[in-house]
Write a protein that binds this ligand. Structure first.
Ligand code: SAJ
Length: 463
């Protein structure tokens, strides 16, 4: 594209107005970065409270400090609105809306389509539109493009359309929006050129790829890679159970390989709003093209079976104390989908609580980040809302078992080992912690119960 292009000129002169639709954990950090790069930024969200909070300088996103937000708001560089008619004021618009999966694991693009229609309503020549929401390869060209071209404007000539996957890792102390390499693909070369022109001024590193489809595929591949390797670690844990080998020791030793290996760890199952979901965008798209992504299906099965595996471990461990799950008092320790966060989305802890309740256990939980499990109408647990109980010696002494599901850093695991009779640890965080409790790992007997050189499967030698 020549420098005479008015959009390029506006971008070069920092005169371009940037719009961000969707001000959540992706959109608000992006809006702050475009403001920081000198672009007046207009955030769009359907939630009145979110918009009001931002305009008052209050951040609802952990990675965006309110003092930074209020500085940009105070300078007039950043403001928010629910009025989608103002999208016409923007020279560039990034779309960061949710792309959930339905219960049948079909992509729900209703938010993307709604945002596209809002942009189309005020689309004008020279505008750049970038979709950031994780979705199946083909969405930008097959869903966004027709909606935007309905009014007669042509992508690559009149306006520009790109896909750029979000790579936000909430709470990551090293990788932030600005310094994480940003992949970008366009519907046409001119689209890509326009997207690079803007994003090269916002992100430290731009990774231009051949098309919007390639950029969409990069994102689902990244997270599918992760999901499949987690499944392999979970399968290794079950193999170690059969061989009576401590899986954590095997993984730690394998991780000493300085090349050709990447450490993943087994656990109670797969939580979060990315890893369990993103691979299904790819498998869904491939099904429409008569291709079965067998690796994704199998890995998803293995991960989905982990809550059952954990509950069987709890049942077996209680049997070791001549107890049944039915009637036992069980504490689930840590319920967020991963450590040191408060996010319950797709958390396997909820499955484990439901399975234990279904077997007749009296289940309670402790999680310093999650004070309550709401009764949101689709979490099928008994006794909702459930509240986090305090972790006290009295509570622990009165339990039959603790199942450690999420390994938050700020829990006193020595207190748990000292007072609970039995701990089933699905994260390997209590290895080396000793106390009154019988400690059961995700696989095999604890190393403390196995003398060095004990043949596989042989009972531990009496001391
Ligand atoms: N998990 C395991 N074993 C592992 C790693 C994770 O069981 O070795 C489990 C976690 O307990 C959790 C689930 O998988 O239940 C997902 O954990 P995650 O570490 O992948 O965290 P997420 O869901 O927050 O993933 C995000 C993703 N970021 C984006 O999509 C932009 C992912 O690509 C990142 O790699 C990940 O953060 C990260 O590394 O923190």
């Amino acid at each position: 594209m020549t420098a005479a292009n008015p959009l390029h000129t506006k971008i070069d002169e920092r005169a371009a107005v940037v719009g961000v639709i969707g001000l959540g954990y992706v959109g608000l950090p992006l809006a702050v970065e475009t403001a920081r790069s000198g672009y007046r930024t207009l955030g769009f969200d359907v939630a009145e409270a979110t918009v009001a909070g931002i305009n008052a300088g209050h951040s609802h996103i952990q990675d965006v400090p309110s003092d930074m937000l209020s500085a940009f708001v105070g300078e007039g560089l950043l403001s928010a609105t629910t009025d989608m008619a103002r999208l016409g004021e923007c020279d560039a618009i990034s779309i960061c809306v949710p792309t959930p999966l339905s219960k049948t694991k079909d992509p729900d693009l209703s938010y993307v389509a709604s945002a596209a229609r809002a942009v189309a309503a005020t689309l004008r020549p020279g505008q750049l539109v970038i979709l950031e929401s994780t979705t199946y390869p083909g969405t930008t060209r097959e869903v966004m493009l027709p909606i935007l071209e309905e009014g007669g404007l042509v992508a690559g000539e009149d306006f520009y359309l790109c896909f750029s996957p979000e790579r936000v890792d909430p709470g990551n102390p090293v990788w932030h929006t600005r310094n994480t390499p940003k992949v970008l693909g366009g519907i046409t070369q001119e689209c890509l050129d326009a997207g690079v022109a803007l994003y090269a001024r916002v992100f430290d590193t731009i990774v231009a790829v051949e098309s919007a489809e390639a950029a969409e595929l990069v994102k689902v591949y990244e997270n599918t890679f992760r999901m499949i390797n987690i499944a392999l670690a979970n399968e290794l844990a079950q193999a170690c159970e059969k061989l009576d080998v401590d899986v954590w020791g095997v993984i730690e030793a394998a991780a000493t390989k300085p090349f050709g290996f990447m450490k993943f760890t087994p656990g109670p199952g797969l939580g979060g709003h990315c890893i369990p979901l993103d691979p299904h965008y790819l498998s869904w798209k491939m099904r429409t093209l008569q291709y079965k992504t067998r690796m994704i299906e199998l890995a998803s099965e293995i991960n989905a079976e982990m809550p059952e595996y954990v509950v069987r471990k709890v049942a077996d461990a209680l049997n070791g104390d001549r107890k049944a799950v039915n009637g036992s008092r069980v504490l689930v320790l840590g319920i967020a989908y991963k450590k040191d966060i408060d996010d319950l989305r797709e958390s396997p802890a909820l499955d484990i609580i439901g399975l234990l309740q279904g077997r007749g256990a009296e289940v309670m939980y402790h999680d310093p980040f999650c004070p309550m499990i709401q009764d949101d109408g689709h979490t099928a647990l008994r006794g909702l809302p459930m509240h986090s109980v305090d972790l006290t010696p009295e509570l622990l002494d009165g339990l039959d078992a603790v199942v450690l599901v999420t390994d938050h850093s700020r829990v006193d695991y020595s207190l748990v080992a000292e007072h609970a009779p039995l701990v089933v640890d699905t994260r390997g965080v209590t290895r080396g912690v000793s106390g009154r409790a019988r400690m059961v790992g995700l696989s095999g007997r604890p190393a403390s119960e196995r003398r060095a050189g004990t043949p596989l499967g042989a009972p531990a030698l009496a001391r």
